[in-house]
Ligand binder design. Structure first.
Ligand SMILES: NC(=O)c1ccc[n+]([C@@H]2O[C@H](COP(=O)([O-])OP(=O)(O)OC[C@H]3O[C@@H](n4cnc5c(N)ncnc54)[C@H](OP(=O)(O)O)[C@@H]3O)[C@@H](O)[C@H]2O)c1
Length: 221
């Protein structure tokens, strides 16, 4: 499948590289290809299967889109990708609304009654936004074996078919417990998990961890 990854940071590169490895045709999107920093240029040379393009050109190619851009600038990034290039497509939003401008720990730019993913959905109503994978570090997104046991990842979105497609792609990365949280309002909790994620990362001294959802012992259905 043609997949677009919007974002050239560690998350975008990690996802783009692995998605190409598992057989997808991957387009990596940036603001301005001429302004790629040396580290990215070197990475692209090592990943000939990943095509490099502006946000708009990359988004025009993908049948599915992963938004792995900076959370503070997410709305600008989707605007640059272009409304027409997003329309009808599953857009997996792995970003987090973290504001580091006042140092560490970061604050959330949106929370409680709204989420970044919902803002993106409202701005682009024809895109099929699915929040997912934002609760694990980039390396774990593509290599669950970095965690010493089973753990859960989550999807939330208003379109159930889109949630299923997103879960399918996430499963291709090796994830086995993908919890479907239903409507996109659940993205609030997924994004508000980040303060706890940061505390766990500090207390363990590693980002390679996950949380496991343990279901009720008896079905209450
Ligand atoms: N680090 C992790 O392990 C992890 C895990 C889960 C979720 N996340 C989330 O994943 C996202 C990506 O994180 P990251 O660390 O890989 O990258 P990042 O540094 O947060 O974002 C880099 C991307 O954002 C774009 N960008 C930056 N400023 C911009 C602006 N003013 N206007 C438009 N685009 C702008 C950059 O564009 P250019 O390509 O043009 O430079 C680049 O593509 C974040 O939302 C983060 O919270 C990170």
């Amino acid at each position: 499948m043609n997949i677009t990854v919007l974002g050239t940071g560690v998350v975008g590169r990690t996802l783009a590289g692995r998605l190409a490895e598992v057989g997808h045709t991957v387009w990596l999107g940036t603001r301005d290809t001429a302004r790629a920093e040396q580290g990215l240029v070197a990475w692209l040379a090592e990943h000939p299967g990943v095509s490099f393009a502006t946000f708009a050109e990359a988004a025009s190619h993908g049948a599915m889109i992963v938004h792995a851009g900076n959370g503070v600038h997410a709305e600008e990034i989707l605007a640059a990708a272009g409304e027409a290039n997003l329309a009808g497509k599953v857009v997996i939003d792995v970003s987090n609304p973290l504001d580091f401008s006042h140092g560490f720990p970061p604050s959330l730019t949106v929370c409680n009654t709204d989420s970044l993913a919902e803002r993106l959905q409202r701005a682009y109503p024809q895109a099929r936004i699915v929040k997912g994978l934002n609760t694990v570090t980039a390396a774990v997104m593509v290599d669950p074996s970095l965690v010493a046991g089973p753990f859960s990842v989550f999807v939330a979105g208003d379109d159930s078919d889109a949630r299923g497609r997103a879960a399918g792609l996430i499963a291709e990365l090796g994830h086995t417990d993908i919890v479907d949280l239903g409507a996109l309002t659940a993205a609030r909790g997924l994004e508000m998990f980040l303060p706890l994620w940061l505390s766990l990362m500090q207390s363990m001294g590693s980002a390679n961890f996950g949380v496991l959802l343990q279901r009720p012992a008896q079905s209450t259905a």
